[in-house]
Ligand binder design. Structure first.
Ligand code: SF4
Length: 363
């Protein structure tokens, strides 16, 4: 069987089915043409409008055929693409159906109706989508897209922590593996960590694995916080001295930091908050404001169109794990239905409970 698909793309189906994830059979699709034709230019022109300040026009003929092919294949595969704010602009604006921070993506994953979720982010995010919507096929374009923070701790470490601290509740940041979530009492995000810690009504709580998030939370509560020495390799690299140098050069600059940054950094910030909190702060500024985002490089590019009058200053730190996800890998992921992310059902059940306890906390 050969059948042409919409939009004039040559993603014809062969007569061979391929064994896909979860034992399902998926039609094998031929690799589409990746020529930059007038049709591709026209179909992607509205996307280029959104990214033209971040992607040079000379590079667009490289990205546009992939964007066009991926957007066509998504329909063929009944797939949606969830993309984190730290993905590159061509992914964030070009192919994402839903974009946001890790909590927003997790919440959106529960509402996905399509059969396939392609997670453009890191592995723990794909696991979270799977455990919150287990009937879906969850793919990640690069299985090696990890995270220094998530990999700092294992489920076995959490069991040992519980043995060493009997009776102390364990709160786990959502940026962790399903194994770690499953060993926890409840999850938290950077925006609700104080509320979650105080919800137990006890003197001492373990907040793991991000040491800096725990220290930043400890400044806002009387609860004694025990923690772990995990760090985000992007946020831990910022220093107070480099930020103060920006401020000295231009006192109008507002420093906006993520709580995964060291406390010496958040101490000099005008605002500290979760990724969505940082976005709200930046988009709430008047035209002409200068905002320095103390986070991953791509975020400023991705939110610029929500805050067109704001000048973003980027003391750039890239996340090498997020940047493993590329348009060619997303295309391969959809063509070959790879790499599937699975979670052991017993682990998923316990991990889901920890996430749901957080979601069900009264606000
Ligand atoms: S930015 Fe930090 S927390 Fe996020 S994936 Fe990269 S290393 Fe992990």
């Amino acid at each position: 069987m050969l059948s042409a698909v919409e939009d004039g793309l040559d993603t014809r189906q062969s007569d061979v089915n391929t064994e896909g994830p979860a034992g399902r059979s998926y039609e094998k699709l031929l690799r589409p043409s990746l020529d930059y034709t007038p049709e591709v230019a026209e179909a992607t022109a509205h996307i280029f409008e959104r990214v033209k300040h971040h992607i040079p026009a000379i590079e667009w003929p490289v990205h546009a055929p992939y964007i066009h092919a991926i957007n066509t294949l998504k329909k063929e595969r009944d797939a949606v693409i969830l993309a984190h704010n730290y993905q590159t602009p061509e992914i964030f604006h070009g192919v994402a159906d839903i974009a946001g921070d890790s909590l927003q993506l997790a919440m959106e994953a529960t509402r996905v109706k399509a059969h396939v979720i392609v997670q453009c982010g890191v592995h723990f995010m794909a696991e979270t989508s799977k455990l919150l919507n287990p009937s879906k096929t969850v793919l990640i374009p690069d299985m090696k897209a990890g995270c220094s923070l998530a990999e700092s701790i294992t489920g076995e470490d959490v069991r040992l922590l519980r043995e060493a601290n009997p009776g102390v509740p364990i709160v786990t940041y959502v940026n962790t593996s399903a194994d770690v979530k499953a060993e926890s009492d409840i999850c938290c995000t950077s925006s609700n960590a104080v509320q979650v810690v105080e919800s137990f009504g006890v003197d001492t709580v373990l907040l793991i694995p991000d040491e800096y998030l725990a220290q930043n939370v400890a400044k806002q509560t009387d609860v004694k916080i025990l923690t772990w020495k995990g760090h985000c390799e992007v946020h831990e690299r910022f220093t107070a001295d480099e930020l103060l140098a920006y401020k000295e050069a231009d006192p109008a600059i507002q420093i906006v930091a993520h709580p995964e940054c060291p406390t010496e950094v958040t101490a000099v910030a005008d605002y500290t908050g979760s990724t969505s909190g940082m976005i709200d702060f930046a988009t709430g500024q008047k035209a002409g404001a200068k905002v320095l985002l103390v986070t991953e490089c791509s975020m400023a590019s991705n939110i610029q169109d929500q805050a067109p009058g704001v000048e973003f200053i980027k003391p750039c730190n890239l996340c090498p794990h997020m940047k493993r996800i590329t348009l060619p890998k997303i295309l391969d992921s959809l063509l070959e239905m790879k790499e599937e992310v699975t979670v052991d059902p017993m682990v998923a059940q316990k991990a889901r409970q920890a996430v749901e306890r957080m979601v069900n906390l009264k606000h």
